[in-house]
Write a protein that binds this ligand. Structure first.
Ligand SMILES: Cc1cc2nc3c(=O)[nH]c(=O)nc-3n(C[C@H](O)[C@H](O)[C@H](O)COP(=O)(O)OP(=O)(O)OC[C@H]3O[C@@H](n4cnc5c(N)ncnc54)[C@H](O)[C@@H]3O)c2cc1C
Length: 549
């Protein structure tokens, strides 16, 4: 079955233009593709067959998005033609920003100068467009205000850029794999996506929000619903695993700017092709009967929206692969809910001092499972995350922090108590008899028998589908990509990778780990692609389709 909707015969619009096609043919296809702007009205958005597999390798898409979490969803929303304008009645509390917005209120934010708008703004992201978009969607949120967004959204179908969003699970990404009993760190409305208020969605489900923080499961359902209600479903393929993304086409100019020995005319012809097979994307789709169907797609642009949760951090110590050692909260949560640890006398070892480790402590504690909690930091370490969370809003995390401080191990500790902390300790090894060896900073070792161990020391993106595991894209190309230490290096306003043209990255991959900020990535990428699309349209109009510049 073809990927594209045959009824509309739109497959042709996105085909790769082979060398044998004449420029005139290319132009005709583009006239159809850009019908709206070239004088014809687009009747409907180009459709991708919803149930189809990804098996038609003859198509080249303008954009393939890898990852279907909030980053991929928000990008799809904007690539689908949704455009943000300053609301007529809105007054942004930042008077300088407001007057800049007033200057061009007839233009959507996508069509404005993002560098100019974001100048002078400050926020909790190092990406200026992320800070700009956040302040437009949640003005002064960091000062405790709950002002409405100053933007309103319009669907302008002629801005539609055909794209596919691929992801392992259902739309919503990491939010489908979070432990069900915990509450989000952020307020529910901070996780909402443009054009659909989280509160409105909750009340449409005839539920009331009990507090500002919500269950991750609710957010996951909201994202699934969002994709449906915004009409984005046709662009989404779930159960899809990308195994390789490789560059096929490069501009015939070397990175050092030296042109190769290629004729100017050939260069112009190459550049004039509308949708270039820049990228080959390979992977497989898991289908109902459990089988894997391989596919190969081509794209002019690829956007990486894979998040950073696919490779849980490992201690890299002896015995870490024993089946009693878990590396994620969902694995541990599943073992607990299946009753596998019920009635065990030996404690569960929890390793880590972040919020996910704290979630595991709470999960064990609430299920009467004794815990030994090991972490390298001192309890007074000012960088401990608990110190940054207001007590009133996060009482459960402060309860864990309180236990970390007051129930530390000492020689006369009773390990049969509910909880014992081991600050400034690390795990040396796990043994087959379910024992672990701990060591403190003075080198003193202790051995404990466990019922299970959970290592929760952060996670990394898995970019194994890219050359060098994507390392070459980072600020420091000798290190793996990480959200905080070594994010993908991007142009601050387009989110295009500095080291790879036509490859974009957003979300935690570029340091924006909170949903509030990753939306800026969608704005930056959409603006960049919209500008390039416009330039191409002009080029073809100027050429009048005769194939010669
Ligand atoms: C326990 C926990 C609590 C959190 N609480 C909050 C909170 O309160 N507020 C907040 O703003 N943020 C929170 N976050 C962070 C939040 O998860 C991220 O900000 C957000 O999900 C990032 O969105 P994303 O779309 O970039 O990536 P993700 O949501 O991670 O989605 C990316 C998707 O891409 C998929 N993918 C990766 N590689 C491939 C591949 N090769 N092929 C196919 N698919 C692939 C992944 O499996 C994943 O499903 C929390 C995270 C965790 C772990």
């Amino acid at each position: 079955m073809p990927v594209w909707c045959c009824r509309c015969s739109l497959a042709a619009h996105f085909r790769n233009y082979s060398d044998t096609e004449t420029e005139g043919e290319i132009f005709n296809s583009l006239v159809q593709y850009f019908g709206d702007n070239l004088g014809q009205k687009v009747k409907a958005m180009p459709l991708v067959e919803e149930t189809s597999l990804l098996e038609d390798s003859s198509v080249t898409l303008p954009v393939v998005v890898i990852g279907n979490g909030p980053s991929g969803i928000c990008l799809s929303y904007m690539l689908s033609g949704y455009r943000p304008y300053l609301s007529s009645e809105a007054i942004h509390p930042n008077t300088i920003l407001h007057s800049k917005l007033e200057e061009a209120r007839h233009l959507s934010i996508v069509d404005q100068d993002l560098e100019y708008l974001s100048e002078g703004l400050e926020g909790r992201s190092s990406n200026p467009v992320a800070v700009l978009f956040d302040t437009l969607l949640h003005p002064d949120a960091d000062f405790g205000y709950d002002y409405p967004s100053v933007l309103h959204w319009k669907l302008e179908q002629h801005h539609y850029i055909p794209h596919l969003v691929l992801g392992k699970g259902p739309p919503g990404g990491a939010w489908h794999n979070m432990e069900g009993s915990m509450l989000t760190i952020s307020f529910g409305n901070w996780m909402e996506l443009p054009g659909l208020k989280f509160k409105d969605w909750v009340s449409s489900k005839r539920r009331n929000l009990k507090g500002d923080r919500v269950m991750p499961e609710e957010i996951a359902r909201y994202y699934k619903h969002y994709v449906k209600v915004m009409g984005l479903q046709k662009n989404f393929r779930e159960n899809t695993y990308i195994t390789s993304v490789s560059r096929l086409y490069r501009d015939q100019v070397n990175n050092d700017g030296q042109g190769r020995n290629v004729s100017t005319q050939h260069l112009q012809i190459e550049k004039s092709k509308f949708t270039k097979r820049n990228w080959e994307i390979r992977g497989y789709q898991r289908v109902g009967d459990g089988s894997h169907i391989p596919f190969c797609l081509f794209a002019e642009n690829v956007a990486l929206a894979t998040g950073t949760l696919d490779s849980p951090g490992r201690l890299e110590i002896e015995g870490e692969d024993f089946p009693f050692v878990f590396h994620s909260m969902p694995e541990f949560g599943a073992a607990v809910s299946k009753g596998k640890l019920r009635g065990k006398v030996d404690p569960v070892l929890i390793v880590g001092s972040g919020l996910t480790a704290a979630d595991a402590v709470l999960c064990a504690y609430n299920n009467n499972i004794p815990v030994i909690h090991v972490f390298r930091r001192r309890v007074t370490d000012p960088d401990l995350i608990f110190k940054q969370l207001p007590k009133k809003l996060y009482p459960e995390y402060h309860k864990v922090y309180h236990m970390m401080c007051t129930q530390s191990y000492s020689l006369d500790s009773n390990l049969l108590s509910d909880y014992t902390s081991f600050p400034e300790h690390h795990v040396l090894a796990f043994k087959s008899d379910m024992k672990c060896i701990l060591q403190n900073i003075s080198g003193l070792k202790k051995i404990f028998k466990l019922s299970a161990a959970v290592v929760l020391i952060g996670s990394h993106p898995n970019l194994s589908f890219l050359k060098e595991q994507g390392r070459y894209l980072g600020h420091n190309s000798s290190l793996p990509i990480t959200c905080k230490g070594n994010p993908v290096e991007i142009d601050a306003y387009t989110y295009e990778c500095v080291k790879e043209a036509n490859l974009f990255a957003l979300g935690p991959l570029v340091g924006d780990n909170f949903v509030r900020f990753l939306k800026g990535g969608a704005l930056g990428v959409t603006r960049c692609l919209a500008i390039r699309q416009k330039k191409k349209k002009h080029l073809f109009v100027e050429r009048g389709g005769d194939g010669m510049v």
